[in-house]
Design a protein around this ligand. Structure first.
Ligand SMILES: Cc1ncc(COP(=O)(O)O)c(C=O)c1O
Length: 385
């Protein structure tokens, strides 16, 4: 061989020896097949990098067993997972029922993008009952989309009743299960056809990459999801799949601590004079609390507090005084966060009655006393305005 050929042919993967604990990052576009028969093998095999390598398959397998589904596929972000899942089931003339408490970009995808392609969306009150949902179903309804609890306002939804209603009308129920991280709730066992996670949040757990997971309940559903991702040209980097898989190994330990800190913080906030009410699925008074008790085995670190009405400069003083708790979007990483959310701005099916600002907190893994002290400083700064 000449040098220019040697540079190509040498240094290829070694025959497997004793294997490492973690599946390594396997980056690839082209996959080489040992024989023509291998080349002809079916779609689940690893045959082209865009469809994933052994790194992606390892993560998918973990999420499949966690969610209790038939198969999991990855998407480039949580939002891409939501959107691809809806696209897998709808076409021009179809209708989607979307929770009014949905993550705002999921909502915008329906309002703007799907509309351009002739798919109509009706937003429904997240606390709608079985009969109410049934009256919104149309012959052309193909997807009922749940986000339980809503990731800004935390209404817990009745997934079994919603699944019955969707199925009776010939639609699928897709559930965004990001808050429970596949650990504290199993929507597929409750009747959902598809369970989605923004693995960006708890599965990854370190606020450093974006991935979505789509778990299907059965083979026919999985095939539709796979075809949608394939036709959209969806791809996840092997490095990101590796990071999420690494995070997943410590999910349960981290979630227990997020749960403990969030409950302690929510209870402390509920006693503060600055706070009108807290909205935490595991605390009585949260819409759907009884459903949470029935269907969930725990609570993660994200919840909201409604403050008593204050002028904007006072609210700014609160945020600007925070040193430990970050001001930022997203959640599910190891750090505490606070963000001002405005449900009154986007809800259309269920008016938002509170007048005071809503602050969404993510309780991180820090010591709870330090988190409380930082928020206490924020309240002190408010008092000085
Ligand atoms: C409930 C929920 N679903 C989906 C997403 C989208 O995830 P990503 O940021 O990975 O696109 C988010 C992001 O905040 C979310 O909160």
């Amino acid at each position: 061989m000449k040098d220019n050929t040697k540079l190509i042919a040498a240094g290829r993967p070694h025959a497997r020896y004793a294997h490492p604990v973690n599946p390594p990052v396997e980056r690839a576009s082209t996959i080489l097949f040992p024989t023509y028969d291998d080349f002809l093998e079916g779609s689940r095999t690893i045959n082209y990098g865009r469809l994933g390598t052994s790194t992606h398959r390892a993560l998918e397998d973990v999420v499949t067993v966690l969610e209790g589904g038939f198969e999991t596929r990855l998407a480039p972000s949580g939002l891409a997972a939501c959107n691809a899942s809806i696209l897998a089931f709808v076409g021009a003339g179809d209708h989607v029922l979307m929770t009014d408490a949905a993550y705002d970009p999921t909502r915008k995808f329906c309002e703007k993008f799907l509309k351009r392609f002739g798919v109509e969306t009706t937003f429904y009150d997240p606390m709608i009952d079985r009969d109410g949902l049934a009256t919104l179903m149309r012959p052309e309804t193909k997807v009922v989309f749940a986000e339980s609890p809503g990731s800004l306002t935390f209404e817990v939804q009745d997934i079994p009743a919603m699944a019955d209603t969707a199925h009776a009308g010939g639609a699928v129920l897709i559930a965004d299960n990001t808050w429970a991280a596949g650990y504290f709730a199993k929507p597929i066992a409750l009747g959902a056809d598809v369970s989605i996670q923004a693995a960006t949040k708890y599965l990854g757990g370190h606020a450093d990459c974006l991935v979505g997971t789509i778990t299907s309940a059965d083979e026919a559903t999985a095939k539709k999801i796979y075809m949608a991702l394939l036709q959209l040209g969806s791809n996840v980097s092997a490095d990101d799949a590796y990071l999420i898989l690494r995070g997943a190994r410590t999910l349960s330990t981290r979630l227990e601590r997020h749960q403990e800190n969030a409950l302690a913080l929510a209870k402390w906030l509920s006693k503060r004079s600055e706070v009108e009410r807290v909205i935490h699925p595991a605390i009585k008074g949260c819409p759907g609390y009884a459903i949470w008790k029935r269907d969930f085995t725990g609570a993660s670190g994200l919840f909201s507090a409604v403050l008593k009405p204050v002028p904007l400069p006072t609210l700014k003083a609160f945020f600007n005084a925070l040193k430990l708790v970050g001001i930022g979007f997203s959640w599910g990483g190891y750090e505490s966060l606070a963000v001002h959310v405005r449900p009154e701005r986007y809800r259309t099916a269920s008016a938002w009655a509170d007048e005071g600002p809503v602050i969404r907190f993510h309780a991180g893994l820090e010591d709870i006393d330090d988190i409380k002290a930082d928020i206490d400083n924020g309240f002190a700064a408010m008092a000085q305005t």
